[in-house]
Design a protein around this ligand. Structure first.
Ligand code: ADP
Ligand code: ASP
Ligand code: MG
Length: 405
């Protein structure tokens, strides 16, 4: 008998007929005598709609009640699936995050799971009851509901799989696996049979939203076997696993991109020690995440300091810079909202030189101007203008021969 955790994303549970279809799949596994725990996202765009309601109610909704509101979408889908399963003769029970024993820290809207009390769900599973858990949520030490950040149901599933020592954590979604790049932007994208935790960490961290970054961190830390599959089509999907030494890794496994970037240029700062700290200190204090950073030496001992932030933090970041003008001492500030980050990811990069220059040549050939570059052992990222996103992804996909064979 195997223990399997199955997570279904929003698009895959957007109607009663889809939920009924999923119930039939669960019935098959149930009849094969497996212990099954199901994690559900909210139906379709429910979470977006709840967020809109909160933002219409207040300019800055208080975090506690905001989380109580946005977590409610998952309660609907989880309870509906339980109703459907019981109706077709499968014993099932639906739980909210806290009923399932999921404890988190106190960070509303981006909480981290700190511990899972599995007694109740283990008791159900041992009685062959299908346990359905509302994803994306837990309870904090003040007994308030918290949510785990957008896409957080992936993390609920992986954390439960780890706590139950499940044989596999299956993430069902609207694509049939992890692709070399987002199949919605590059028709030639190829499905990968397997990908290493490390590569998936980079892909998720660099924008491939197919798995929430935290879920991959969790899976990699606790070695949870993770598989991405299509919710309504058959297929083996993509297995995410540890790197095997004997494997000759592909040079590049994928291309990730993020569209929600913004660039800030602080011009005419003193070119002397401490400048970066003076600018980034107040930005960090305001809890604004900074990604890429470049400092160009200008003339007369002055430099330009450029960095990127999430687009929805841009306004806040510009206000912080304006407020701290006396400390930062700059001439002027400008910003760009229409930029994106494109990244090549692959463990094979470790042992191959020349990938970066091949990437830059390919972009130049396609008249894509690079604004910023950053590299690590297994990735190269460039910031480019948003209008060039599709050209760049498709050209790189061709250049590195990632297309369908
Ligand atoms: P869910 O609602 O099931 O959680 P998401 O929308 O979060 O689904 O993630 C699935 C989407 O991720 C796909 O529809 C696809 O457009 C996008 N995606 C981005 N990069 C990739 C990739 N490399 N492979 C597969 N899908 C990707
Ligand atoms: N419903 C939440 C969201 O839309 C969590 C999830 O789907 O994983 O972000
Ligand atoms: Mg998702």
């Amino acid at each position: 008998m195997s223990t399997i955790v199955k997570k279904y994303g929003g698009t895959s549970v957007s109607s009663i007929s889809k939920l009924k279809n999923i119930a039939q799949h669960i019935l098959e596994d149930y009849q094969n005598d497996n212990s099954i725990l199901v994690v559900l996202s909210a139906m379709g765009k429910t979470t977006d709609e709840l967020i809109t309601l909160a933002n219409k109610s207040s300019k800055s909704p208080n975090p506690r009640d905001y989380d109580m509101l946005v977590s409610s979408g998952e309660q609907i889908s989880a309870s509906l699936l339980s109703i459907i399963l019981n109706d077709i003769g499968v014993k099932a029970v639906a739980y909210t995050g806290w009923q399932a024993g999921i404890e988190t820290d106190n960070e509303h809207s981006g909480a981290r799971i700190s511990c899972i009390h599995t007694k109740r769900i283990k008791a159900d599973l041992s009685k062959k009851i299908v346990v359905i858990v509302a994803g994306f949520q837990g309870i904090n030490s003040k007994e308030d509901i918290t949510t785990l950040g957008r896409g957080g149901s992936d993390t609920t599933a992986v954390a439960l799989a780890s706590a139950l020592k499940a044989d596999e954590c299956q993430i069902y979604t609207d694509v049939d696996g992890v692709y070399t790049t987002d199949p919605r932007i590059c028709r030639k994208a190829r499905k990968l049979d397997s990908v290493t935790y490390e590569e998936m960490l980079e892909m998720s961290g660099l924008g491939s939203k197919v798995l929430q970054l935290r879920s991959v961190e969790f899976a990699s830390k606790y070695n949870v076997p993770l598989r991405v599959l299509h919710a309504h089509k058959d297929g083996a999907g993509t297995l995410i696993k540890k790197e095997e030494k004997k494997m000759e890794g592909a040079l590049i496994s994928g291309i990730a991109f993020t569209k929600d970037e913004a660039e800030i240029m602080v011009k005419g700062v003193k070119d002397q020690p401490g400048v970066a700290a003076k600018i980034l200190g107040p930005i960090g204090d305001a809890k604004i995440e900074v990604d890429m950073i470049v400092q160009n030496v200008g003339s007369n001992g002055l430099a330009d300091f450029t960095f990127t932030v999430r687009r929805n933090s841009l306004k806040n970041a510009l206000q912080v810079i304006e407020k701290n003008k006396k400390i930062m001492r700059y001439d002027s500030v400008s910003s760009a909202r229409n930029i994106v980050k494109v990244s090549l990811v692959g463990v094979g990069m470790r042992s191959h030189a020349g990938i970066a220059s091949k990437m830059f040549k390919c972009l130049a050939k396609n008249k894509v101007n690079i604004r910023m570059i950053s590299t690590s052992e297994i990735k190269i990222s460039v910031v480019i203008d948003q209008k060039n996103l599709e050209i760049a992804v498709q050209a790189l996909h061709n250049e590195f021969k990632l297309e369908k064979k």
